[in-house]
Design a protein around this ligand. Structure first.
Ligand code: FAD
Length: 381
């Protein structure tokens, strides 16, 4: 039995969720433990997933996408996040690159890159963070100097998800001195001369997703690879982060759903027969279920607003904040209440806990989400 949520999903979303679950059960779950241990990313699954038409639900059919429904897109991300979330995060990040190209790209860029990305032939990565600028993203220093016919990029990016596995990188670089308007966005393909992958990070969770440094040394990027106008890079990055934060919220909802369902199964089974404080666990998890229901409604509302191209900045920050905190709390309690079994790798419970922590940090830490919300509140009252 699965948890029930309201309102019931519409038929297109139900079909997409079912297809994603089938894919997940067949291709991701059986080898999840091994891939997490070996820190392996199944790049081949991206193509397979693309062929099933599930990678780019929110992208127009003209470019091979599912037709533009964010409701369906976030459903895919949520379903994939019910196990190891590395694949889900990689698909979500690739969609940031697609969204950037769709909204700000010229026709040539759209025709060149979108069909490859929507088909899963290519994977996209998003390179904003630098060693000295994570939360203060506008403090980035990667230099993009104007040269005849293009730009020369020099500097380093850090913590790039899918680094080394991706084919196309959306890279934010400094073209001017103004803190935000001096940033431009570039589309960089993996084999570009002067661009290479640096150190791969060892990390707590999201083990099978590569997280790497990117190194640019006098890397020539032709004018044709500038995305949008010169100086519009920060706006492009932020617009995609709004989309991405709902995706991170959907990952949190996926983890929380899987963790609550697992606890309920345990309470219904042998664990529940002997557990002395079954009632208090059930009470705690009933509250998590209520919070999850509320978050899922927020994701549905935000998706529908995005489908209508409305501003979702505050809602995206709220969803990311609430969902990642919920995923962390639920998974921590699941590990705790299952005792030594919860702590064991084979039970595939401790991974929820390790992966959930990443959601509180990635795409702006939760303190940054609080700042985004607080700044908008200043203009409200
Ligand atoms: C799993 C994972 C995947 C990632 N993938 C990508 C990616 O694909 N592309 C990319 O560009 N980046 C990526 N990142 C980087 C991520 O965006 C940054 O880690 C994040 O923005 C935080 O930056 P930081 O690590 O430099 O922390 P810092 O900015 O140094 O922050 C340190 C601490 O200070 C707090 N803090 C900072 N400023 C404030 C403030 N004003 N008020 C209150 N508290 C504050 C933060 O909340 C945090 O707790 C990834 C990170 C992780 C963990």
């Amino acid at each position: 039995m699965a948890l029930i949520f309201y309102p019931p999903t519409q038929s297109d979303e139900t079909a997409v969720r079912q297809k994603t679950q089938e894919f997940y059960q067949k291709w991701i779950l059986p080898t999840a433990l091994e891939e997490d241990r070996k820190e392996l990313f199944r790049r081949d699954l991206v193509s397979l997933f693309g062929k099933a038409g599930l990678i780019a639900q929110a992208i127009s059919k003209d470019f091979g996408g599912g037709g533009g429904s964010y409701r369906c897109h976030y459903s895919v991300i949520e379903e994939l996040a019910k196990g190891p979330i590395a694949f889900s995060v990689s698909i979500s990040v690739s969609n940031l690159v697609m969204g950037g190209i769709l909204t700000f790209g010229n026709e040539t860029q759209k025709k060149t890159y979108l069909p490859k990305l929507t088909a899963g032939e290519w994977l996209g990565a998003f390179a904003l963070s630098e060693p000295q600028s994570g939360s203060d993203a506008a403090g980035l220093m990667l230099r993009a100097t104007k040269v005849p016919g293009g730009y020369s990029l020099t500097g380093n990016k850090s913590w790039c998800s899918s680094g080394g596995n991706a084919d196309l990188y959306l890279v934010m670089g400094r073209t001017g001195e103004h803190k935000t308007k001096g940033i431009s966005s570039f589309l960089v393909t993996q084999n570009t001369q002067g661009f290479r992958i640096g150190k791969r990070e060892k990390k707590l969770g999201l083990k099978s997703s590569a997280l790497t440094e990117l190194i640019f040394e006098n890397c020539f990027i032709p004018d044709s690879q500038l995305l949008g106008k010169e100086g519009a890079g920060f706006e492009i990055a932020l617009s995609q982060l709004d989309t991405g934060r709902i995706g991170i919220g959907a990952c949190g909802a996926g983890i929380a759903t899987a963790a609550i369902e697992r606890m309920q199964k345990e309470l219904n089974g042998d664990f529940g027969k002997t557990c002395l404080f079954k009632e208090s666990i059930a009470q705690q998890f009933s509250e998590y279920y209520a919070r999850l229901q509320a978050i899922k409604l927020l994701i549905t509302t935000a998706s529908e607003l995005k489908d209508k191209k409305q501003n979702i900045k505050v809602l995206a920050a709220q969803i990311k904040l609430l969902a990642s905190d919920l995923a962390m709390e639920v998974s921590q309690d699941l590990v705790h209440f299952l005792g030594e079994r919860g702590f064991q790798e084979e039970e595939q419970v401790e991974r929820f806990f390790r992966d959930a922590k990443a959601l509180q940090i990635v795409e702006g830490t939760n303190q940054i989400q609080q700042l985004v919300i607080a700044r908008e509140m200043e203009n409200m009252v």
